[in-house]
Design a protein around this ligand. Structure first.
Ligand code: F0G
Length: 467
């Protein structure tokens, strides 16, 4: 492969470089995480972001149609002929005045980046198309991930649609009972080998890394830096929707912390390439039941510190968590993660972009989700962490009413319909079984179905009363 792109250890004291084709995704010298890096001086970099508008007229080329690959000059690791796309990234960045009113901001300031529009229904396709392409470049025939459901749905789709001889086989590891039916159904429907582990995501991620190493299977979890290259385009599309204006804030849910890491890299590179003159600030929102990053960053003051981050503090926190056998526990199953694999990269992103971390309870996420839905965009509970976090940051005065903010809605409402139905139900038993037992007390914004007898006059009466 060419020497214009390669992998490089993120640890500034190490900076070991690794061949582009290597698939161990760990620094061979220090064990640190890797970035995909480019020799930008020898690559054709666009002079302005407006350059990408030229792709809009060329939609018959699948690479220019893709909302990921039309930005490929900003992650140029793959020859065009190797790219595998299913038309990902046709997303919407919608002005959301209902949400602005909910969080107390001025009209016209809040935008929702709706990643539910991707082929598999979540943002994961942005990264999967890049990782799958890299997998093909390395000759892999099997690809694996641990997942809370969306990564696996995405991998299953790319393997099923990818063709090739032999086709790529998807092997997915999920925590038994830890994934919503919407997502499980996608893995099964698209033919992935689905391995249900008696444990949670954190267990599954540990296992899949060992199994992949042992069996030489290509790993597509976000420890894979090629995933994060594709996810940078979520930020490029936000800039595009804002006519290349940089917002003041990006707010994103935090699970394995791939997104925030990728977003930080995207803005750092754009700034270094002279394509933007400032970066937005980044806000990451954990679920309160899976809040390792919030605890370490906000409560314990852990910082990237130019790469010299306090590893002892991190290790002590993790040991205490293990000693207490504390497990991630939230209705937002997508982000039910206590051992985020990208934590060092996320610290780096927050240092570079001036970030903050908050947490949101299941109650707060569900209320925010209902408000997002009332504004016309349906998302899953984890995605609503972004708006729940925004509400807090506005109340605290960290985000001003007049700031421009883009919240990333990471997954579609149909990913987890049980949570939505339980919130809006008129049946206390259904509410209790799914939400009440997790500490959700009320559904402030519930839209209850109306029960009527099977009788025309009664039906008419009910409609006149309510509509
Ligand atoms: N939102 C949704 C809907 C997700 O599925 C995930 C992660 C996240 C947010 C968190 O993103 O890891 O970049 O911080 N889901 C993974 C999965 C873990 O397996 O589908 P992150």
């Amino acid at each position: 492969m060419s020497d214009l792109s390669f992998q490089r250890c993120i640890n500034p004291a190490c900076r070991a470089t690794v061949d582009l084709a290597d698939t161990s995704f760990r620094c061979p010298k220090c064990g640190g995480l890797l970035d995909v890096a480019y020799d930008w001086d020898r690559l054709p970099v666009p002079k302005s972001l407006k350059h990408f508008e030229s792709k809009w007229a060329n939609r018959s080329d699948p690479l220019d149609f893709s909302g990921v690959w039309r930005f490929r000059e900003l992650f140029p690791f793959a020859p065009d002929a190797k790219v595998m796309t299913v038309g990902e990234g046709q997303t919407l960045c919608q002005r959301a005045d209902t949400v602005a009113a909910y969080v107390g901001m001025n009209p016209g300031t809040v935008y929702l980046e709706y990643e539910g529009m991707n082929p598999s229904g979540s943002f994961k396709d942005n990264g999967m198309t890049a990782a799958f392409t890299h997998a093909r470049m390395t000759g892999a025939t099997r690809a694996a991930c641990a997942s809370t459901g969306n990564t696996s749905a995405s991998l299953a789709i790319y393997c099923a649609a990818g063709g090739g001889s032999p086709p790529m086989r998807a092997v997915i590891f999920i925590g038994s009972g830890k994934i919503s039916y919407g997502k499980l159904s996608q893995a099964l429907e698209h033919g992935a080998l689905t391995v249900q582990i008696a444990g949670d995501f954190d267990d599954a991620l540990r296992q899949v890394q060992d199994v992949s190493r042992q069996l030489g299977i290509y790993l597509v979890n976000s420890v894979n830096p090629f995933r994060l290259e594709g996810q940078k385009t979520i930020m490029f599309r936000i800039l595009e929707a804002l006519r290349w204006r940089v917002p003041d804030w990006i707010v994103v849910p935090g699970g394995n912390l791939g997104n925030v890491s990728s977003f930080g890299k995207a803005f750092t590179e754009l700034k270094e390439l002279g394509l933007i003159d400032r970066t937005p600030r980044l806000a990451v929102v954990n679920a309160a039941g899976a809040d390792t990053f919030y605890q370490l960053y906000d409560r314990h003051g852990l910082r990237w510190n130019a790469g010299e981050f306090d590893k002892a503090k991190y290790d002590a926190y993790m040991s205490a968590m293990d000693a207490a056998n504390r497990r991630a526990d939230t209705l937002a199953s997508a982000i039910e993660i206590n051992r985020p694999v990208n934590l060092p990269k996320a610290l780096r992103a927050l240092e570079r972009c001036g970030g903050v971390v908050r947490e949101a309870t299941d109650q707060e996420m569900l209320d925010a989700k209902a408000k997002i839905g009332a504004g016309g965009l349906g998302c899953e509970p984890a995605s609503a962490a972004s708006v729940a976090g925004l509400l807090k940051l506005v109340k605290e005065g960290v985000i001003a009413k007049s700031d421009t903010v883009a919240c990333v809605l990471t997954g579609h409402v149909l990913k987890d319909p049980d949570a939505t139905v339980a919130y809006h139900t008129a049946d206390p038993a259904v509410f209790e079984a799914k939400l009440g037992k997790r500490g959700v007390k009320r559904a402030m914004f519930a839209n209850r179905a109306v029960q009527v007898p099977n009788q025309l006059s009664e039906i008419v009466k009910a409609i006149e009363l309510y509509a």
